[in-house]
Design a protein around this ligand. Structure first.
Ligand SMILES: NC(=O)c1ccc[n+]([C@@H]2O[C@H](COP(=O)([O-])OP(=O)(O)OC[C@H]3O[C@@H](n4cnc5c(N)ncnc54)[C@H](OP(=O)(O)O)[C@@H]3O)[C@@H](O)[C@H]2O)c1
Length: 317
């Protein structure tokens, strides 16, 4: 395993973290096995959110972590708040919001509730899950001060925010934003496409994210890549998916070269970016986790990285 410091903090986290969004589908003992396997592989970072499994993922994680006997201080636990759940739009524990809420009381209450469910005493980092257009920056500032002072969270970050949203927030709060968690995978490359198509007129020249990857590098923030093996928004896994024959052929050829699996190569492709992205994987399968962390045995050449990008259907100008 390799470790990176998150933002400018002293949080020395594994470059592959485990997301617990899908943990609600497991029993406590199954979840304990997943956590134990991850920990034994060197994963020391766990990413939750109050909405995962409608809160059930937090609860199972908290109970399972206790069952493993792993010292809470030897791992980092991250929470996320700010999405008000809409149960009607939720399915299979993959949940969606009815609205976003960055008001002071909502953030504080949601963070306290998540911490209680996880039963971990404090969050190493707490993220604001999705930007709320009705955000009053001064209210967020009060909320973060409260949560830091009362010991709920040591550090803060955001998720799914563009540079101006981060700058606006950073201008009002007293803590340094450490993290921006964003969707990024071989099949979700908006953050890099536009940079290669500057001044062009094709679809990929449209910058949907306003240079978010460059902004995080400039401001020493860590990008956490969510859903590293999915295409679309939870449409499915691209690995071994007949919809993507060229990509899978390329991943397999490179996997054979390094004697690892396609999941490892898909992970290594994200890790190869010089921004030192942390990959947040969602597998609840101990064997797959073992395969995934083998990404750290691989240092893709620049040509391999571009070949994978091209095999995913991307053209260079
Ligand atoms: N900030 C945000 O807005 C946001 C949004 C979504 C997610 N997240 C975070 O990101 C984490 C990861 O998200 P995710 O779970 O969507 O990511 P993921 O790691 O891309 O997907 C995991 C899912 O893909 C399956 N899978 C992986 N490789 C496979 C293969 N080769 N063949 C078949 N199935 C395969 C896994 O099954 P197995 O369990 O069988 O391995 C699991 O169901 C979440 O837990 C959460 O912490 C954040």
């Amino acid at each position: 395993m390799k470790y990176i410091n998150l933002g400018k903090s002293d949080l020395h986290a594994s470059n592959i973290g485990l997301g617990i969004m899908r943990m609600n589908q497991l029993s406590v003992s199954e979840a304990a096995k997943v956590i134990e396997t991850a920990f034994d592989l060197g994963i020391n970072f766990f990413d939750g959110a109050d909405i995962y499994g409608e809160g059930q993922s937090d609860t199972i994680f908290g109970q399972a972590l206790k069952e493993t006997g792993i010292d809470r201080h030897s791992v980092y636990v991250q929470g996320k708040v700010g999405i008000v759940l809409d149960n009607r739009r939720s399915h299979d524990g993959l949940v969606f919001g009815g609205r976003y809420d960055f008001s002071r009381d909502y953030i504080v209450d949601a963070a306290h509730a998540e911490l209680q469910r996880m039963n971990v005493e404090y969050f190493d980092s707490l993220l604001l899950h999705r930007p709320d257009p009705l955000m009053e920056p001064a209210q967020v500032a009060e909320a973060l001060d409260t949560l830091q002072t009362d010991g709920t969270a040591r550090h803060f970050g955001v998720s799914n925010q563009n540079p101006y949203q981060m700058a606006l927030l950073q201008n009002s709060i007293h803590q340094q934003l450490l993290i921006n968690q964003l969707q990024f995978s071989i099949m979700h490359t908006g953050m890099i496409d536009a940079g290669m198509h500057v001044n062009m007129t094709d679809d990929r020249s449209v910058d949907h994210d306003n240079g978010v990857l460059e902004y995080t590098q400039l401001h020493n923030m860590t990008v956490q890549a969510w859903s590293p093996y999915q295409y679309g928004m939870f449409e499915g896994v691209f690995i071994d998916n007949p919809k993507f024959p060229e990509l899978n052929t390329m991943l397999q050829a490179i996997a054979d070269r390094y004697d690892v699996t396609k999941n490892a190569i898909a992970t290594a492709w994200i890790l190869r970016h010089p921004a030192h992205i942390q990959v947040i994987v969602g597998s609840m399968n101990p064997n797959r986790l073992k395969q995934i962390v083998e990404a750290n045995k691989v240092e893709l050449t620049a040509q391999e990285w571009y070949d994978i990008y091209a095999a995913a259907g991307n053209a260079l100008p």
